[in-house]
Design a protein around this ligand. Structure first.
Ligand code: PMV
Length: 334
């Protein structure tokens, strides 16, 4: 007997970022974070559970439809999480899975949030289980990718850090909210040199890490208030402060991590110019990578996309928006 299910789950972009862990193996964060769930950047995963003995098999589906066996670190992390999910469900058979990203997988866009969320949901769906987003937030996070905890909800999402309740799931940020767009300027070719997992491990070695922890609650309140009030100038100030500080911590860790490429700075300067010279509201942020996410109101989206597309170091632009979370798909990947 076999059961098959397919789910797609979104990636997210953090406005206040998870960087550093109390317990890295369980992805228990040192600080709370706040993100926007995306719509276009997603991972689709099909899972088939088979009541037979044998090894699991994971494949990656490319845009042209070809299926290739997963390899290396990706295969290890994916298989390990599949093992945890199987154990949780008390299943002893084997699982086949295939996964596909809507965004270029070698473009340096973090796919762990969408990937592990889609996997957790697809396994549940193959067993006809309907678990709450809170439960799924915890299960996706146990993959080791903390940002996956936030991809189980749509809209704007907070993920607390409470030493007395370390397993707390993420939750939807209470609205009403302004609408925002994320114009992603791709400047990175290929995967980054240092994984975010390694970045979390090194974070506390930075002399700026402790100061960051002190400043974060106040900055989080500013971002949170601006999402409701629509004060985009206040949002911009807090968002960019946060993006630069994350990279300051990374650059001053032991050993230092430099995620930025020349293109990162080119986009940052263009965004500041657009805002101050051309009067286009927009603000930059970066995750643990070189690509720049330009967050803006819907009325700025066309101008931002046109301006960053023209830059020599930008090899692609993805125009994304606030999304609504994971969803079941009727078309399977295999
Ligand atoms: O979820 P991880 O372990 O890949 O870490 C995410 C790190 C950042 O993307 C830099 C920040 C965040 O909160 O998404």
């Amino acid at each position: 007997m076999s059961r098959k299910a397919t789910v797609s789950a979104p990636s997210n972009i953090a406005f206040i970022k998870y960087w550093g862990a109390r317990d890295l193996d369980r992805a228990i964060p040192t600080n709370a974070s706040l993100s926007m769930t995306l719509d276009i950047c997603r991972t689709t995963t099909t899972v088939e559970v088979l009541d037979e003995a044998g090894a699991d098999a994971i494949q990656i589906k490319s845009d042209d439809g070809a299926l290739t066996p997963a390899a290396g670190a990706f295969n290890e992390r994916f298989t390990a999480h599949l093992g945890r999910l199987r154990e949780h469900l008390g299943f002893t058979g084997r699982i086949q899975a295939a996964t596909h990203n809507t965004f270029p997988s070698d473009a340096g866009i973090a796919s762990s949030a969408s990937g592990f969320t889609a996997l957790a949901y697809a396994v549940s769906a193959a067993f006809d289980r309907v678990d709450s987003p809170e439960e799924m937030s915890i299960r996706a996070r146990l993959s080791g990718s903390g940002s996956a905890a936030r991809s189980t909800f749509g809209g704007y999402v907070t993920w607390p850090s409470d030493p007395h309740n370390p397993e707390s799931p993420a939750a939807q940020h209470a609205g009403p909210h302004i609408d925002l767009r994320d114009v992603i300027a791709l400047v990175q070719h290929g995967p980054k040199d240092v994984s975010s997992l390694e970045g979390h491990r090194r974070a506390a070695t930075s002399p700026h890490f402790a100061t960051r922890q002190e400043r974060l609650p106040e900055r989080t309140r500013r971002v949170s208030a601006a999402l409701t009030s629509g004060d985009f100038a206040a949002f911009t100030e807090a968002l960019e402060e946060e993006a630069i500080e994350l990279h300051l911590v990374a650059m001053s860790s032991t050993p230092p991590i430099l995620y930025w490429e020349p293109g990162t700075l080119e986009v940052i300067h263009r965004v500041r110019q657009l805002r101050t010279r051309d009067g286009v509201p927009c603000a930059f942020t970066m995750d643990a990578g070189a690509n720049v996410h330009v967050i803006c109101p819907p009325t700025s989206e066309d101008a931002v996309a046109a301006a960053v597309s023209d830059l020599p170091s930008v090899h692609g632009v993805i125009r994304d928006r606030v999304g609504s979370g994971p969803r079941h798909e009727t078309e399977h990947l295999f």
